[in-house]
Design a protein around this ligand. Structure first.
Ligand code: F6P
Length: 546
């Protein structure tokens, strides 16, 4: 990135803009909102409250051009081997495409494979919703429990939660992800073995947490009297490793395919989305795909300067690389989006948490930000203090639907919207010394008390934010929002010249966990680890009194 011609010019723009405040930029450009707002796929992005003016923004877009964002994007959609460390394409966009133009991977057109898998999902939805899929005792399925972790959990969960008002009346979807047995037990306590269907969702079918939970759930069914021959009435698998699912004991007909060319954190659009389709109905799942496709089309067609994923991505680059931000907050003013940040954390941090470029050379610039956030207004009563008065530079995105799902509650929803808008205004405007002083004086404080309190009351402001709004949260708009962030992450990866589609960093912990598990199971085992690990193992043994 540093060798691109726009880079040094952006360093200069940053130095110039440091002397500017957002309020002054607004005063100089009365039409700033109109100028710095773009809409696509049902979402409007207001990026006017950023520390940018036209010259800096133009240079940032030039940086995107010099990083060949358009060429790389086209290569992504064409199915080139963009995941170079695993020698495979990343074709999540094909899952929501409606074209039938052949797309060949290793000589095979993947469009019919996708269609067949979607038909299989649709058939399952019809059978289960129609009460025709029966459990071992002949009763229809009422609860679906998805057993999966990471991308085989977070995407489906954010959609099921996000679209709760669309929930299908005949089944309820639950998730078991963590190896913590309490996660599983609390779910099992709520469901009946006779009417529960488990989906074992694992691309690799080798993830410790998932296989361990799936085995325990199978034992739970057996404990409830389910004969081995009836287990297939209670288990589906979604995997790219069918032989392992069969080895586990899942009937071949009950296995839905996944493919190497879909990354786990990009997989909610695939068969991994089955719990979504079961939870909100297949038509709504299709709407979700349609929304994502609308954003794909915008990403592919809009000029870089008008392109929402490019703008979001480049604003992130602007703050990470030129303003030395370390984190990026996602503030969702929507109860339904309360887990949005969990999914985007995996999407962004597993994709862009890299220290070397695609060719293995160490980066001499910052890559992926720490993504954090939560649900507004709750965050205002927790961490917003740091956003307003802390001494870290922390850009944030406000995300909200403007309409409440329940029209009779719109008046209260209006207060929620006012809070979101006022937080972004407060971050921008701050509270200058004169205003803070006048407020204290109006309270009747004497001069010395005013001087003592004043430094605590001044808010510097000038803190940037984006605001993303949609008329309402629907399957279509949620699909578009999720695709927007996928493409934002991709844009940044291309500027940073990294491969966003591998995740080698999670491997070491998995390997070490096996060794430590072994030591924890054997009290007499040699204390052959580092002293901290040995000490912690001893504490475990003492707690269990062994
Ligand atoms: O934690 C690493 C990871 O490979 C994620 O990328 C993935 O989403 C998750 O584990 C689950 O993997 P699988 O679907 O293969 O069980």
């Amino acid at each position: 990135m540093k060798q691109l011609a726009a880079y040094p010019l952006l360093v200069q723009h940053k130095q110039r803009l440091e002397q500017q405040t957002l309020c002054k930029l607004f005063a100089q450009q009365p039409n700033r909102f109109d100028r710095y707002t773009r809409s696509a796929a049902g979402w409007t992005l207001d990026y006017s409250k950023n520390r940018l003016d036209d010259p800096a923004l133009n240079e940032l877009i030039r940086l995107a051009g010099q990083a060949d964002i358009s060429g790389q994007r086209d290569a992504l959609f064409r199915g080139e081997e963009i995941n170079n460390t695993e020698q495979r394409p990343a074709l999540h966009t094909a899952l929501r495409s409606n074209t039938s133009t052949p797309l060949e991977i290793d000589g095979e057109d993947i469009r019919p494979l996708i269609r067949a898998a979607q038909q299989q999902m649709q058939r399952l939805c019809e059978e289960i919703h129609g009460g025709r899929w029966l459990g071992y005792s002949g009763k229809p399925i009422k609860d679906v429990v998805n057993i999966g972790i990471g991308g085989s959990f977070l995407g489906p969960k954010v959609v099921i939660q996000g679209l709760q008002p669309y929930q299908h009346s005949s089944v309820k979807v639950h998730f078991i992800a963590n190896i913590d047995p309490s996660d599983m037990q609390e779910t099992l306590n709520r469901v009946d073995p006779a009417t529960t269907l488990f989906i074992v969702a694992s691309k690799s079918f080798g993830t410790q947490e998932t296989i361990c939970n799936a085995s325990a759930c199978r034992a739970w069914l057996q404990g409830a009297g389910v004969e081995d021959g009836d287990l297939s009435k209670h288990f589906l698998a979604i995997t790219a490793n069918a032989p392992k699912a069969i080895e586990f004991g899942i009937a071949g007909d009950n296995i839905l395919p996944m493919w190497d060319w879909v990354g786990g954190r990009y997989s909610l659009w695939s068969t991994i989305g089955l719990p979504i389709a079961l939870g909100i109905g297949y038509d709504n799942f299709q709407q979700l795909l349609d929304g994502a496709r609308s954003m794909d089309e915008h990403f592919c067609e809009a000029p870089l300067a008008d392109n929402m994923p490019v703008l979001l991505g480049m604003l992130g680059v602007w703050y990470q690389n030129f303003w030395h931000a370390r984190s990026h907050g996602l503030l969702c003013y929507s109860y339904y989006l309360r887990s949005f940040v969990d999914h985007i954390q995996q999407l962004d941090m597993e994709s862009n948490g890299k220290s070397v470029n695609r060719h293995g050379a160490t980066l001499d610039y910052r890559s992926g930000a720490i993504i954090w956030g939560g649900e507004g207004c709750n965050g205002q009563h927790a961490y917003h203090q740091l956003l307003h008065l802390g001494n870290q530079f922390t850009p944030v995105d406000f995300i909200l639907p403007l309409n409440c799902h329940y029209p009779e509650r719109q008046a209260q929803h209006c207060i929620l919207v006012a809070n979101a808008f006022s937080q972004s205004q407060a971050l921008m405007q701050g509270k200058p010394g004169a205003q803070a002083r006048a407020e204290l004086e109006r309270q009747g404080l004497d001069t010395s008390a005013v001087e003592t309190l004043l430094p605590h009351k001044i808010m510097p402001g000038n803190r940037p934010s984006n605001t993303l709004v949609a008329d309402r949260l629907t399957p279509h708009s949620l699909g578009a929002l999720l695709a927007l962030y996928e493409h934002k992450v991709f844009v940044q990866a291309m500027v940073w010249d990294i491969n966003p589609f591998d995740q080698w960093g999670v491997e070491l912990g998995k390997q070490l966990s096996d060794t430590l598990h072994e030591r924890l199971q054997h009290p007499g085992a040699t204390a052959d680890q580092d002293s901290s690990s040995n000490g912690l193992i001893k504490l475990y043994h003492r707690a269990l009194d062994v």
